[in-house]
Write a protein that binds this ligand. Structure first.
Ligand code: LER
Ligand code: MN
Length: 274
């Protein structure tokens, strides 16, 4: 069964970004549960920003799961990157993500590496940059294993990284690692820019895909753009995908309407799934 999730951002510096709910963790979780979501994806400013004393009772009350935790605050708040030319920044980037793995791990929620992957340039070759990225993914993939969860790595569109833009390139990267505990995030927004055929991209990602960002072509909630979902959903079924489709979309026209619209789309496309 493919399960539904919706994003909640608690990161002030990410304002304007593609997150459905903002600021109010408890209120957003209660709304998500009332709409029928299975889980929330939490974008937190720091690993200790959401205490277990707050989150655990909320999870019990709402019966929600935590689908994943974002690590992008390491970049937007602290300018940390796994591929910075500066060794101390790379080290702090790994430590930040380790602390996010320790935050999500007890809830069974994998950490997502998106913007923290950085980019090559600044006098550093693509080969050196990829070596740093591989070493970081090997380390963090094994750190995640302690919680019996994978690490999630997200190919991004060309305006956000020059390292990995497609599912096929993501598979190549994962196959070059020592660890087998990293999975790909198929973000339909990035794929709409980079893949020549989104469904084919999902088939190329195959068993490596561990999370999906469920969004329309213009990053509005599903149904507000020109994405053709039929072939995409078929491809997810073809690869036997059983993870989350998580609404990482603009709160357009507002958070509540975005969450409702994504749930309607989820029910239309995936409820028959089981
Ligand atoms: C960034 O564009 C994105 O898609 C996020 O999921 C990762 O930071
Ligand atoms: Mn994404």
């Amino acid at each position: 069964m493919i399960r539904s999730a919706v994003t909640i951002s608690l990161v002030n510096e990410a304002r304007g970004g593609p997150f459905v709910y903002w600021d109010d963790l408890a209120g957003s979780m209660r709304k998500a549960a009332a709409l029928g979501y299975h889980a929330v994806e939490i974008f937190a400013p720091a690993p200790d920003a959401v205490s277990p004393a707050l989150l655990k009772p909320l999870l019990e009350e709402t019966k929600l799961s935590v689908a994943a935790v974002g690590t992008g605050a390491g970049w937007v708040k602290h300018k940390l990157s796994l591929t910075s030319p500066d060794e101390s920044i790379r080290r702090r980037a790994i430590e930040f993500i380790q602390s996010m793995i320790d935050f999500g791990g007890p809830y069974g929620a994998p950490a997502i590496i998106g913007s923290m992957q950085g980019r090559h340039g600044d006098g550093v070759t693509p080969e050196q940059t990829r070596d740093w990225l591989r070493a970081a993914l090997d380390q963090l993939g094994e750190d995640a294993r302690r919680y019996n969860i994978p690490l999630i790595y997200e190919p991004l569109n060309r305006y956000e990284t020059n390292l990995t833009n497609t599912m096929a390139a993501g598979v190549d990267l994962l196959q070059s690692l020592q660890t087998d505990n990293v999975r790909l995030l198929a973000d339909l927004f990035h794929m709409n820019i980079e893949e020549s055929d989104i469904a084919a991209g999902i088939l190329a990602g195959g068993r490596f895909i561990g999370h999906v960002h469920f969004v329309d072509s213009n990053r509005r909630p599903v149904g507000n753009g020109h994405m053709q979902y039929g072939p995409i959903i078929s491809a997810l079924h073809d690869i036997g995908y059983t993870g989350y489709v998580s609404a990482e979309a603009f709160p357009w026209p507002n958070s509540d309407a975005a969450a409702e619209q994504t749930m309607r789309a989820y029910q239309y496309w995936l409820r028959a799934d089981g």
